[in-house]
Design a protein around this ligand. Sequence first.
Ligand SMILES: Nc1ncnc2c1ncn2[C@@H]1O[C@H](COP(=O)(O)OP(=O)(O)OP(=O)(O)O)[C@@H](O)[C@H]1O
Ligand SMILES: [Mg+2]
Length: 265
Amino acid sequence: MATLEIRELSVGYGPVRALRDVSVDVPAGAITAVLGGNGAGKTTLLRAVSRTLGFHRGTGTGTIRLDGRPLDGMRPAEVVAAGVIQVPEGRQVFARMTVADNLRAGALGARGGRRAAATALQRVHELFPVLAQRAHQRAGLLSGGEQQMLAMGRALMAAPRLLLLDEPSLGLAPLMAARIAETIQEINAGGTSVMLVEQNAAIALRLASTAYVLDVGEVALDGPADELAASDEVRRRYLGVVDETAAEDAAQAEGITRTLSRWSA
Ligand SMILES: Nc1ncnc2c1ncn2[C@@H]1O[C@H](COP(=O)(O)OP(=O)(O)OP(=O)(O)O)[C@@H](O)[C@H]1O
Ligand SMILES: [Mg+2]
């Protein structure tokens, strides 16, 4: 298990400011959620942790510490070796490779060598039996949900201490999203800290102990997940819950307008 501390992180892509003064904590053994709409900076935050910002021409300031050790100056491969694995947005499995080869690729550069890889593979097959059944099939032929399982399975092959998940429920039917959510819980229970980026606030707030809401690159809200789930602002903006009093007022106002227009007609 690993502890992650992000302090006053600001990131830009050339003239585009993507994050400003963002501080986030992922305590050891916890699931921490980061919510926010399109372009809020969620993926950028994960790229900063995995040190892959450079691949996207991004640059940042601030500090990121893993178990107290700064990640600054580390290469992406060193971050992987330290036990931090990112599951990218949109799965990005190797479509032409078999499921088994995708999983094998996940163990490259990880700690522990062959023995660790064999143990990890067994665990991945327990969590996702479909990946054992489809071992020799090309990954590109899997369904969206199965590809998400493969992307997560590939990450687990490196026996991560901290898993960075970028919108795992994106584009999945509710039943499949619920299964993925259950697995995230299981992975966490097995001793992996999780940073979960999601637009699906309902799922994320159910899984996480703490959550942060990003709004155009800044932390707009943060706190215990159950408190955020109960907050009117989060319910209205991110959970699609209509504020009943406001809705009633609006309905009443509309009724009055209709009556007035009938009168004036
Ligand atoms: N490689 C890049 N070059 C320039 N701008 C970028 C790049 N990647 C992201 N951005 C910009 O940075 C901001 C944050 O993007 P980011 O992808 O982190 O948001 P996000 O919260 O992950 O959004 P989504 O929910 O759509 O995935 C956006 O304004 C985006 O256009
Ligand atoms: Mg994103």
